[in-house]
Every structure is written in C-alpha cells, then in structure tokens.
Write a protein that binds this ligand. Sequence first.
Ligand SMILES: CC(C)(COP(=O)(O)OP(=O)(O)OC[C@H]1O[C@@H](n2cnc3c(N)ncnc32)[C@H](O)[C@@H]1OP(=O)(O)O)[C@@H](O)C(=O)NCCC(=O)NCCS
Length: 198
Amino acid sequence: MVRFRAPIAADLPALYRACLLTGRAGDDASADHDDPDLLGHLWVGPQATFDPALCDVVDDERGVAGYLVGVGSTSDFEAWCEQRWWPGLRERYPLGVARREADEALVRSIHRPEVTPAAITEVFPAHLHVNLLPRAQGQGIGRMLIERLVDRLRQRGISGLHLGVDADNARAIAFYRHLGFAEVAVEDDGGLILGLRL
Ligand SMILES: CC(C)(COP(=O)(O)OP(=O)(O)OC[C@H]1O[C@@H](n2cnc3c(N)ncnc32)[C@H](O)[C@@H]1OP(=O)(O)O)[C@@H](O)C(=O)NCCC(=O)NCCS
C-alpha cells in the first residue's frame, strides 16, 4: 500500500538517497560517488523545494519508496536556483578540490548549470524527474505519478512537459514512450529530451 504526499524539508535526506540508489541510468549509483549527496543536490533537492505542490513523495510501509518532482516553469526554476539554491552549494563545494571525476563533474554543474534552451521551454515549459526504489517499480506507481502531475499542470494551463533521460536507461525510455512522450532533442552525451504536449 503506497501513499502520495507533498515533500517537506525533512524529506530531503530520504529523497537524496532514493536519487542515489536509482542514479546510474535507473540503477544504484552509490559506487560511482564518494559524496552521496551530490546527485540529490542537483536532481531532487531544488525541484522538491521550488514548488512542492507539483511533487509527490511515495511512502510505503518501509518509508520513502521514491518520488516525482515537477516544475511548472523551467525558466523560472532556473532563475530561482541561481538566486536561492546554487550560492550555498558553490561555497560548500568549491571547484578544483581533489575529488574523483564523477563527483567533480557534478560540482562543475553546480557552478555552471545547464540552461534549458528556449526552443524546449517555449513548447514544454514544465519538467519532471521520477525515481522509484526497486521495491516500488513495476506496479503502476510511475504511471500514477505522471498522471497526477499532468492533471496539476493542465489545471494551471501549462502547455507542455519535458524530461531528460540517460541514453543507457532503456527501461525508462520505453516507459515514457509508452505514456506518450516523444523525442524532442538529443544531448551531446547521447541523453534524450522527451516531451509531452498537454
Ligand atoms: C522508470 C520508472 C519511473 C517507471 O515507473 P514504474 O512504476 O516502474 O512503471 P509503471 O509500472 O507505472 O508502468 C507504467 C506503464 O509503462 C509500461 N512500462 C514500464 N516499463 C516499460 C518498459 N520497459 N517497456 C515498455 N513498457 C513499459 C508498463 O507496462 C505500464 O503499462 P500500462 O500502465 O499501460 O499497463 C521506474 O521504474 C523507476 O523509477 N526506475 C528507476 C529510476 C529511473 O530510471 N527513473 C527515470 C529517470 S529519467
């Protein structure tokens, strides 16, 4: 039995953990990083904080089993991150400190975050990340989470939704395509941007 609810600040450690445990193209990324929080600082913390009303934490009898974080306006979100999210992390994670390359690459993204091109945000202003622990996968929860977000975005009159997915994450790509997402762009590293018009 699972329950959905909006995230609060006290959820961040559990959300960061779920992000890490599914962070290598859907699999456990723990072995890839010395710092277990860096993925979460980029891919779940700011999104869960920016507009919790577009996010769901998935609870089951063992605790947090995953989440979906949604952002209604990606360009407003990126501006908010510049003001509110990145400055503290840039002090905490200076560039050029000796650390393994996978961690350093994430630190570079904190200092020089990618800006989503206007060609994407104009058509698909919203974006999402969804990560379920293995025990919560394959039971229809991912579909429910996407449908809940789509309903909320439609209520706000938002015209489109996009997401980025690692080229190696064949399972997630098939899941999104099954739900109606289509390819919008291919990134330099082969990752896909998929979009859904609402
Ligand atoms: C990818 C993920 C979100 C999918 O959620 P899920 O709860 O496992 O998927 P669901 O059970 O809700 O599947 C929904 C539908 O997609 C279909 N589907 C799921 N995976 C599929 C696949 N690999 N190929 C084809 N269809 C697939 C299901 O059959 C189901 O169809 P139906 O609703 O028409 O019967 C989840 O597995 C997950 O969090 N994986 C690890 C983290 C991850 O990779 N996140 C995405 C990062 S971009």
